[in-house]
Design a protein around this ligand. Structure first.
Ligand SMILES: O=C(O)c1ccccc1NCC(=O)[C@H](O)[C@H](O)COP(=O)(O)O
Length: 233
């Protein structure tokens, strides 16, 4: 077990080195809330950088066993992120340990103590989501010992996946790389990149009648890649 953890730590360090220092690579793209084998086939064709499995309560929720099957159908070059809301630390750790996910996204009220405990038990990089109401929310989150932030829209009674945009003017210059989420669509994808996110995170806008739509996924991934080429990335 200790050896396995050590190897994971090395591989995540290498991964962080590549992702954080590779300034030549343009903005990344994450497609979140995948739950069907057809979704895996759709992403394998266009290869976003990340996909997300939502383990929290949601119409997009997947269980551990089903997520493991989905992961087996996923192109290994795509990183799988597990999305959790106030889950026991052991749940996220276990999913990372068995290889269903490579990164952990905390989308609830998890605090520094929670993140520290997570980091004690796994080397998987941590993304802490901030549901933005004001600039202070973001400043506070930057003090946490996570590798990445994810800035999302605050919606009362809903932790994520609302399809709504927040005021991007609230984003201060940040030290940590951040994922930009919340209502990213074909209409605002270029403007979103001017906020200089490490990665764009999309869910609702690549769905049709509540299901992921392969053609919308293809167009979204293509749009992000095209912008990267135009900006020289
Ligand atoms: O997507 C969900 O249903 C969800 C539920 C509970 C917590 C987090 C959730 N999603 C997290 C994500 O990373 C979404 O991609 C992000 O909130 C953006 O979603 P959208 O505004 O629909 O593009």
């Amino acid at each position: 077990m200790a050896e396995r953890r050590r190897k994971m730590a090395v591989s995540h360090k290498e991964q962080r080195g590549i992702f954080m220092n590779d300034a030549n690579k343009g903005c990344r793209i994450k497609i979140c809330g995948l739950s069907r084998i057809g979704d895996m086939e759709a992403v394998n064709r266009v290869r976003p950088d990340y996909i997300g499995f939502v383990f929290a309560q949601s119409r997009r929720q997947v269980g551990a066993t089903w997520a493991a099957s989905l992961k087996r159908a996923l192109d290994p070059r795509i990183q799988a992120v597990g999305v959790f809301v106030n889950a026991p630390v052991s749940e996220a750790v276990r999913l990372a340990e068995v290889g269903t996910i490579q990164m952990i996204q905390l989308h609830g009220d998890e605090d520094e103590a929670y993140i520290r405990e997570l980091k004690r038990q796994t080397a998987a990089p941590v993304i802490k989501a901030v549901r933005v109401r004001n600039g202070d929310d973001i400043f506070r989150a930057e003090q946490l010992s996570c590798e990445y932030l994810l800035l999302d829209t605050y919606t009362k009674g809903q932790y994520g996946g609302s399809g709504r945009v927040f005021d991007w003017n609230l984003i201060p210059p940040l030290q940590k790389p951040f994922f930009l989420a919340g209502g990213i669509s074909m209409e605002n994808v270029h403007e979103a990149q001017s906020c200089r996110p490490y990665c764009l995170d999309v869910s609702s806008a690549v769905e049709t009648e509540g299901r992921k739509d392969p053609e919308k996924i293809r167009r979204m991934v293509e749009a992000v890649r095209q912008s990267g080429k135009q900006s020289g990335g």
